[in-house]
Design a protein around this ligand. Sequence first.
Ligand SMILES: Cc1cc2nc3c(=O)[nH]c(=O)nc-3n(C[C@H](O)[C@H](O)[C@H](O)COP(=O)(O)O)c2cc1C
Length: 467
Amino acid sequence: MTNEQNPKKRMILNAFDMNCVVHQNPGMWAHPDDQAYRRTDLDYWINLAKTLERGGFDCLFLADVLGFYDVYGGSRESALRNAAQAPVGDPMIPVSAMAAVTERLGFGVTSSLTYELPYSFAKTMSTLDHLTKGRVAWNIVTSYQASAAVNLGLDAQISHDERYDRADEFMEVCYKLWEGSWEDDAVVLDKENRIFTDPSKVHDINHEGLNYKVPGAHLEQPSPQRTPFLFQAGASSRGMEFAGKHAEAVFVIGTSPEELRPTVDKIRAQAAKEGRDPQSVKVIVMLTPITAPTDEEAQAKLTDYYKYASSEAGLTLFGGWTGIDLSSAPDDQPLENVESDAIRAMLDMLTRVDSEVVWTKERLGKWLSIGGFSSSVVGSPTTIANELERWMEIADVDGFNFGRVVAPGTMEDFVDLVVPELRKRGHVPQEALEPMTLRERFTGDARLPEEHSGAQYRLGATASVSR
Ligand SMILES: Cc1cc2nc3c(=O)[nH]c(=O)nc-3n(C[C@H](O)[C@H](O)[C@H](O)COP(=O)(O)O)c2cc1C
């Protein structure tokens, strides 16, 4: 979608949050301005949604995990003490309250298909898509924590690539339910003839696969988008293959636009391989903005934040993401000496920013403590807007997932200070857009595009499901 002031690629603005106190901001819960501990009140979410809508944001993306970060020091002790993504609540439940006070903001909710059943999950998402008037997205994850697996009925984590294989089949079942079960005009609501739904227009999906057997029909009537808008964040080659097939928007992290560009090119090439327009996949990078009226004031804010940043909490999150426990590593030893493929991939990413820097546990902890594994942008609205333009141009990304340092301050600062500058430059429309579904907002159309793999399961599609 282009906006009228500027024919350039429109800038997607997502807020990246989670129903927890410390998301990607280790230590910041102790800052006097941070109110994330109020997340157990519905008002907290309602105010956040109103702020984002006021700022013309496209979407609030809510992450989720199903286990404790218990790799660091071999226990959940540090995670609990530091509120590192624990305690954590459900991402979906606040959404209908936020939808009630907004008309335009989209809501991306994370749900791990490793621990869901497609039949009931499809019903939940259809419900949310109805209640938000088609403003819901699903962040498809397969989960990375052993601590989740053992509490959800498994002896251990399912292996990485097998999780993606199961995910492919899970998606197939969902597409069949969302796209291929109910005809558009199945609900007739004919009070005179006493027919609510025409039974001949509701079809069994007859799915029988390796992991799932679903013979029946979808339980909920078609929602505005049918299939919710699909987010994903696969970084491995199997993950990117999955994204090429399913994702309509892909979340990435990068240390600089130059470092990120090859990853973006790979994602777009994967989509092209699946017969999709490479630019139709929206690539969204996480950044943490720290802003104030002048560059000096923004730098002073950063200095103040560092007083509360916790490297231990950062390394606790890092342990959960990578499975690597750095609790007993010496502070100043170069991490090249730690034997691990996972850490090598991350260090490769970090050293591409500045090959002169030697990464130690101390340096890594400090780096993680502002913005988690994302890069930060610090400065006046002009500086931030220039930086965002640079990321879009050099990395070829479509927009941003903005993390918070303090809640709700980071988002309020962004909306009050940076958004007016982005509006002036034509990146955010001057006037609020007409209310529309999230997919229309991103692609111009409420339904999955014809070339998307899910579209083949539509009723009447040429390669339709057997029924
Ligand atoms: C911006 C971003 C957000 C993510 N959010 C979540 C999340 O909420 N829950 C989750 O389990 N994984 C999340 N992930 C992890 C991804 O789903 C995926 O496991 C990770 O990017 C590694 O990809 P790979 O499995 O293909 O190697 C996120 C990743 C990124 C980059």
